[in-house]
Ligand binder design. Structure first.
Ligand code: FES
Ligand code: FES
Length: 157
């Protein structure tokens, strides 16, 4: 049975009427047209669908939209300001930390969550935080460098 569900997405209140068990990822991509968040495996194994919910990194493919009622969701589209990219996005650009780019939104969202919690992580902490994010292009070395560059620059909001 459908329900009407209201939650904040990238600072804006959004209301959808849908099955509350539907994956948040589907609602973001199909109803709200926020296609920056990617569908990789659909079963919690790749991290491509990572978003922030109340500042915590969550896999949106494995999150029922009914569970985010009243919560604050931030997607990759919500990280940048109107005129500037988020510092973590800038760091990924500076290090060329992507090839096909499919994993990149999830990598960046996960890195933002990490740097909010641990502003100056060591390599091991970064690798552990990104453990659930897969890059099929094997760009891990540059991704690690990008997260370190972002951390060195303060990591951003
Ligand atoms: S699409 Fe969600 S973890 Fe792979
Ligand atoms: S850059 Fe292609 S999957 Fe990571």
């Amino acid at each position: 049975m459908e329900e009407t569900i209201t939650f904040s997405v990238n600072g804006r209140q959004r209301t959808v009427t849908t099955d509350p068990q539907r994956a948040l990822l589907d609602v973001l991509r199909e109803e709200l047209k926020l296609t920056g968040t990617k569908y990789g495996c659909g079963e919690g194994r790749c991290g491509a669908c990572s978003v922030l919910i109340d500042n915590r990194r969550v896999l949106s493919c494995s999150t029922a939209v009914g569970s985010v009622k009243g919560a604050s969701v931030v997607t990759i589209e919500g990280l940048s300001g109107e005129t500037a990219l988020h510092p973590v996005q800038e760091a990924f650009l500076a290090e060329g930390a992507f090839q096909c780019g499919f994993c990149t939104p999830g990598m960046i969202v996960t890195s933002v969550a990490l740097l909010r919690e641990t502003p100056h992580p060591g390599d091991e902490r970064i690798v552990a935080a990104l453990d659930g994010n897969l890059c099929r292009c094997n760009g891990y070395v540059r991704i690690l460098k990008a997260v370190k560059r972002a951390a060195a620059g303060g990591g951003g909001p």
